[in-house]
Structures are given as C-alpha cells and as structure tokens.
Design a protein around this ligand. Structure first.
Ligand SMILES: NC(=O)c1ccc[n+]([C@@H]2O[C@H](COP(=O)([O-])OP(=O)(O)OC[C@H]3O[C@@H](n4cnc5c(N)ncnc54)[C@H](O)[C@@H]3O)[C@@H](O)[C@H]2O)c1
Length: 488
C-alpha cells in the first residue's frame, strides 16, 4: 500500500526523544488490490490471538513485531518467520513508513500512549480494551484520533456480533418486554492469587525494563509472574473491572443504554481484596451503582471463589453478562447469546451470536482500507466511554473508606430505582465473604461516598471530589513517557 509521500515534522508536545521522528498524518492512496501492512505493539498472549486472526485475511500483511521482552518477540517471530522487522522500542516501529496500521495489545498502562504515538505517526490503530488506564488518557487518545484523522478501533469485539442489533431492536424498537427499568452487569469468575513475595520479582534478562514500564512508576514488583499479573497492580492495570468488567459493561452500554450516556452522573462503589493473601492491589469483590441519569445500572464483579466452591458468588442471570429488567420481563445477555423472558419467567426469545472476534478485526481492516472511521463498530470514542465507566468504578473503590454499620446502611439505600437488584449484589458479596469468615463490616472492605461527576468539566464535584480527581490522571515516571495533550 502506498502511504504518504510527504513527511513533515510536527511538534505537539511529545516527550523527549520522540516528537521529531514521527511523520504528519498520512495522505493515503489505496488501490483495489492493496494490503494493509500491520505491525504489532506487543507479542503477549492477546497480541498473538489477534495476529492469528489478522493473518487469516488475504489483504493483511504482518510486517513487524515489537515487545520489550525479546523472549516474547522471538517466540512470536517463530510463528511468523517471514516477518523481517522486530523491535523492543515501539517508537522505532512507528518510525517505519512502510507500516500502515498497528495492534496495541500491551499492558493497560501503555494503551493510550502507544495508540496516540501511533496515530501521530500516521498509523491506524487497533487498541485493546480497556482503552484507558485513566480518564485523562482516554480523552487525549480520542483527541489524537481526531487531530490526525486516524482510524482507531477498540478491542471490544462483542460490538461486532450481529446479534446486538437484534437485541436492540427487540428491546427498544419493538419494546417486546416493555420499558427497561434497570440493569445489572455481572462478572463472577474465580481467579487465583498472584503470590506474596518478600523479595521483589526478578525481571527476566530478556526484558527492556524502561520500555516495559513506559509511563508507569518504577516501583518494586511483588508477585510471582511479570506478564499478565500486571492487571492486578494499579500502576499498570485496571483490575478485573478493566479486564472483564469492561466487556460486560460495554454490552450494557450498547444494548441497554444505546450509548446515550457518556459519563454516569453519580456512582457509589465498594469492595475488597479478601482472602487471597497475595500482593495484588485491585479488588476481588467490587460492587458499583451507577446513576446514569436514565436507566440505573448496578454491577457486581467477583473473582473470589466462595470457600470450598468454584463459584465466585451467587447471582441471577449469566456469570458474565448483563440483565435488562423490563416492565414485562427481562433480557439476559452474554458473549455470544441472549435470552428474553416474560414476566412469568418463560423464555420467549433466544438470540444466537458469536464472540464477534474475527468480525471485529475484519471491521477494522475494512475501515483502514476505506479510511472510513464511521464504519467502525467500536470507534475510539465508544471505547473511551465504556473505559471511563470502569475508570470511575476503580476511582470510587480507591476513594473508599472502611465499611461501618453506618456506611453499610447508607450504601444499601444508595441505588435509587434499583434498590432490589443492588441489594442482591451486596448480599452476594456478603455471602461470599462470610464463607471465608469475613464480615462486610470490616476495615478491609471499602466503600465510597456517592461521587458526583460533572461531565462538562470532566471533574468530580462534591463529597470526596478532591481525592477522586487525583485519580483522573496518572503520575508519569518522566517526560519521555508522559501522555501528550492534543488540541482539536
Ligand atoms: N479483547 C479481548 O478479548 C482481550 C483478551 C485478552 C486480553 N486483552 C487485552 O490485551 C492486553 C494484553 O493482555 P495479555 O493477556 O496479552 O497480557 P500479556 O501480559 O500476556 O501481554 C502484554 C505484552 O505487552 C508487552 N508490552 C509491554 N510494554 C510494551 C511496549 N511498550 N511495547 C510493546 N509491547 C509491550 C509485554 O512485554 C507483554 O508481552 C490487555 O490490555 C488485555 O486487557 C483483550
């Protein structure tokens, strides 16, 4: 594919050592038989899944691989031995004018910076969910997409399952089970603890630590494994909320709220990391009430198995999915399927779908080839919004104070219009903890105030706003890896 024939230097506040090497956004000429030349920023587990999907498309050439861990680069290159270009520094990959588009499937803390740099360098981007490690970066990366006029798809692949359109028609157009009154989002799936270590994790000799850290703070890592378990440290991850929570919340935002609400108006959240005895920081039980301004949404996430059980908690509906409670019944949706029930609990309609995986990747390539972002199923602004809900749920947890009898009573009454389903979420958490002899009224169980968000100012306001606002943007390790601001 012919990319741009004009390179020019731009200076939009990129960090040290980067700005002057990126070209201006590409002027792209595409012919009928052109191929998208794709590079992968990450050779981790997800990047390999995506690569195998993109490889199956006849109009995609995988041309470059990058990971700060050369062991991972080598293992991936062994599967794609024809790939000539390998890197440990993604800036070098982005400098290559013969790359049209990139996958960003790094740890969460790198998503937005790598995606923004890529778009500044004129590449189109398929970036994994959650779009953003924090609210500020999500905003900047959308600005980057607009400023550089790039195609940017977020890896929320359920959006590409055709079943979602049928569900939306059923719920909203046909109103087959009446008005939607409230929604519940579930993710109840156990995970193991990640280890508790006296000494910091020894990093592999194959790792370029500076590039792995990027914007993250250089702190000792305490856990058994470097890769994957970064999810459970705030410095690099977003917990289960940003891992699986984002998928199920996205289905709810898509099918129940029709993407009408960018930011919830208010939220209250609580949770705990209980019974694991490990060095992870993110909660293994997390409960949230979102006041969306329209349909109230409650969310329960648990990765803590009940003692002597494989269940991570009692819940109605799918273990990972959502329930739309309507006047005349309910709809239960999950990845690949959904069922509608009438008011008597009888199944009245079934929806069959798939994960949307290959379709989502195909949708990205079609948008790149046509340079038409409007056909994307999870355009970056959509990815940003769902990611923000997860960021806010994490902020509320991190603003939490130990649960007392008094705060327990307040939290129990918080969910206006969704009292019953909120009570069920809280009871489930309480029951799971009880199997481990842990009380909900406990200095380890955190609960926030009701936090209010001013969508225009993009700031929390009211009780505990100062603390909540301190989590909107991360602390950057140095200027080199600071997220640039993009004016549009
Ligand atoms: N959409 C989905 O269904 C889905 C599924 C799994 C994972 N994911 C997402 O994909 C991302 C990666 O998850 P994973 O399971 O592959 O984790 P992982 O730990 O296996 O892989 C992350 C990789 O990124 C690399 N990396 C870190 N900094 C980098 C940089 N600057 N440049 C290039 N590579 C860098 C790491 O060295 C590691 O190899 C996560 O954000 C996760 O949420 C999405």
């Amino acid at each position: 594919m012919t990319r741009m024939n004009r390179r020019q230097f731009i200076g939009v506040g990129l960090g040290v050592g980067v700005a002057s090497f990126f070209p201006a956004p590409a002027q792209i000429a595409r012919g009928a038989n052109e191929k998208v030349r794709l590079g992968s920023i990450s050779c981790g587990g997800r990047a390999n899944e995506l690569l195998s999907g993109f490889k199956s498309f006849p109009d995609v050439d995988i041309v470059a691989l990058c990971d700060p861990d050369t062991a991972r680069v080598d293992a991936t290159k062994a599967k794609y031995d024809y790939v000539q270009k390998t890197f440990t520094d993604c800036r070098k990959l982005l400098d290559d004018k013969d790359i049209d588009a990139v996958i960003v499937a790094t740890c969460d803390h790198w998503h937005c910076l790598a995606a923004a740099w890529a778009m500044q360098a004129g590449k189109d981007v398929y970036v994994e969910k959650p779009l953003a490690h924090n609210i500020y970066e999500g905003i900047q990366v959308v600005n980057a997409a607009r400023k550089f006029k790039r195609v940017c798809q977020v890896g929320m692949q359920q959006r590409s399952d055709l079943m979602q359109a049928e569900i939306k028609k059923f719920l909203h157009e046909d109103k087959a089970i009446g008005e939607i009154k409230m929604a519940r989002v579930n993710h109840y799936m156990p995970r193991n603890p990640i280890g508790k270590t006296d000494n910091p994790l020894e990093l592999p000799a194959t790792l370029d630590k500076n590039m792995w850290l990027g914007p993250a703070e250089d702190v000792e890592l305490h856990r058994n494994a470097l890769h994957y378990d970064w999810h459970w440290a705030w410095n690099t991850g977003t917990g289960e909320m940003g891992n699986w929570g984002v998928h199920v919340l996205d289905d709810c935002r898509n099918n129940v709220l029709l993407d009408c609400v960018e930011f919830p108006k208010r939220l209250i959240a609580g949770g705990v990391r209980a019974a694991y005895n490990d060095d992870g920081e993110t909660p293994n039980i997390h409960f949230v009430y979102f006041d969306s301004g329209s349909i109230p949404v409650v969310l329960g996430v648990s990765t803590l198995a009940m003692k002597n059980s494989k269940s991570a908690g009692d819940h109605p509906g799918p273990g990972s999915g959502y329930i739309a409670y309507c006047e005349g019944g309910r709809l239960e949706g999950q990845r690949g399927s959904a069922k509608a029930f009438d008011a008597d609990g009888k199944v009245i309609k079934e929806f069959k779908g798939n994960s949307g995986q290959r379709e989502h990747q195909r949708n990205f390539i079609d948008a790149v080839l046509s340079q038409d972002s409007s056909i994307l199923n999870a355009e970056v602004a959509i990815g940003k919004a769902t990611s923000e809900w997860c960021n806010m749920a994490n902020i509320a947890f991190r603003c939490g104070k130990p649960m007392t009898e008094e705060s327990a009573a307040t939290v129990a009454q918080a969910a206006q219009g969704a009292e019953q389903i909120w009570g069920e979420v809280l009871e489930s958490a309480q029951k799971t903890l009880k199997t481990h002899d842990i009380s909900m009224i406990n200095s380890d169980v955190m609960v926030s105030d009701m936090l209010s968000f001013d969508a225009e100012k993009r700031q929390f306001v009211g009780p505990d706003a100062e603390k909540a606002n301190s989590f909107i943007k991360r602390k950057y390790r140095n200027a080199e890896f600071t997220m640039p601001e993009f004016d549009v």
